[in-house]
Design a protein around this ligand. Structure first.
Ligand code: ZN
Length: 444
């Protein structure tokens, strides 16, 4: 099996510990392919063949390429989210307990808590520093890369229920440890009191050293824990990709690869567009999330900058189509009772169409029919996911986005196990299948 695609995806995920690095890495890849930064009020009019990208809050990204045919054909959108569940570091995080340096966190999204224990962890995100004036700050991306944290379990000898009733309390147990305090204290000025502010300053100096800036310039940060162990290809037939953040960086990468691949057809219809939003794991209602007005603003500005009217823009919703991609649940051999009896996605059996009567997925028969048509044309198998009728299941960006951009929208994904674990397992072949479908989509 050709593993090149999987290896390059693993490289992308390993180097994208948070949404900030993911967007920056995609931005650089787009730059290399001749995409330019887009401004809503830019004076350069858009032309057919132009390629641009736009970022919001360093953590959401829109990239588009304008086809050679009239844009009445509409937008062809591939959507995904850039964020993943994690532990977010609180502003005044450091405390000393049992002489250990403890880092207070809040849960971001819905991680499987147990999967964060007993593994080397690191920190990454974004740091805001002083600029020319109070409202003009600068930001730096930061990734410690080195494992500087660990979240140790308690020994089974002390908690005999650890394998049966092991409740993990976020406020007590999800506090990673950074090292031993005595080591730092012995190096510090002996006369200084080792109080809360001492440790706060120490943490800032750690960040400053990493960024090669002055600690006094640091004003705030968005920092998250992550597992710095690289993802791997696993299985006797190299069947699986086992990695952090498959949900949903594998989908971000799939769209990026397909958009920037060589088009067979330079006369493709409409506008090919990637729509990658942040904060899906916490509901999407943020300025950089799927529920933000920025998405519609950018799409409208593209039409205006192409010389079309607002009416032309509004008319485009009827001809546009969006594939919203987020990972799907594969039926699990050890937990098979959780899957619906008749809809059981299998790893390496093709992309999964997600359907929900509650409309937590945007799929309807007409949007599904279009995707099935794409799969058939690309000679790729497809599968269905529907929640077991007594389970609520998850949600994603499809329905939220399609309420703001009223266009035909489908929710799909590749089948994975252990969604929201710090290590998720997906299928190597499924990546290739989706790549074929998306290349065809952007080529039409
Ligand atoms: Zn997701």
């Amino acid at each position: 099996m050709d593993l090149d695609y999987t290896k390059s995806l693993l490289n992308f995920i390993d180097n994208s510990p948070t949404a900030y690095q993911a967007v920056e890495n995609m931005r650089q890849a787009l730059n290399k392919q001749g995409y330019k930064r887009y401004k809503i009020n830019q004076t350069t009019k858009l032309q057919k063949g132009d390629r641009y990208y736009y970022t919001k809050n360093d953590s959401a990204l829109i990239a588009f390429e304008i086809g050679n045919k009239p844009i009445e054909a509409g937008f062809k959108i591939f959507g995904a989210h850039t964020d993943s569940p994690s532990l977010r570091i609180k502003p005044q995080a450091i405390s000393i307990k049992e002489n250990a340096i403890c880092l207070n966190t809040e849960v971001y999204g819905g991680p499987i808590f147990s999967s964060w224990f007993d593994r080397p962890l690191s920190l990454a995100g974004r740091v805001s520093v002083a600029g020319e004036s109070p409202l003009n700050i600068k930001t730096h991306l930061i990734d410690f890369r080195k494992p500087i944290l660990v979240l140790p379990n308690v020994a089974i000898h002390m908690n005999r229920n650890v394998n049966t009733k092991n409740e993990i309390k976020a406020n007590l147990h999800l506090i990673p440890i950074m090292g031993m305090a005595s080591e730092i204290e012995s190096k510090a000025n002996q006369s200084k009191k080792k109080d809360k502010s001492f440790w706060q300053n120490w943490f800032y100096s750690l960040i400053a050293k990493e960024l090669k800036i002055e600690p006094k310039d640091i004003l705030d940060f968005d920092l998250f824990t992550y597992d710095p162990t690289p993802g791997q290809i696993v299985g006797v037939n190299d069947d699986f990709i086992v990695s952090s953040r498959l949900d949903n960086l594998a989908m971000c990468y799939a769209g990026l690869k397909a958009l920037t691949s060589d088009k067979k057809n330079s006369n493709f219809n409409g506008i090919n567009l990637l729509l990658y939003t942040d904060n899906e794991e916490v509901g999407s209602v943020t300025k950089q999330g799927a529920d933000s007005s920025f998405i519609r603003d950018i799409l409208e500005s593209i039409c205006i900058n192409l010389g079309y009217s607002r009416q032309d823009f509004l008319a485009m919703f009827d001809s546009s189509y969006m594939i919203s991609a987020d990972q799907a649940h594969a039926a699990h051999p050890n937990y098979s009772e959780y899957a619906d009896p008749d809809h059981r996605p299998i790893i390496n059996s093709g992309p999964v169409i997600k359907v929900a009567a509650s409309q937590s997925y945007a799929t309807d028969s007409s949007s599904a029919a279009k995707f099935i048509g794409l799969c058939k044309s690309a000679d790729v198998p497809y599968q269905w996911f529907v929640n077991r009728s007594d389970l609520r299941g998850g949600s994603t960006i499809g329905s939220i986005t399609s309420a703001r951009l009223p266009m035909s929208t489908i929710d799909i994904g590749n089948a994975i196990w252990a969604m929201h674990s710090s290590r998720e397992t997906g299928g190597v072949k499924d990546l290739i299948y989706l790549d074929r479908v998306l290349k065809l989509f952007f080529d039409l």
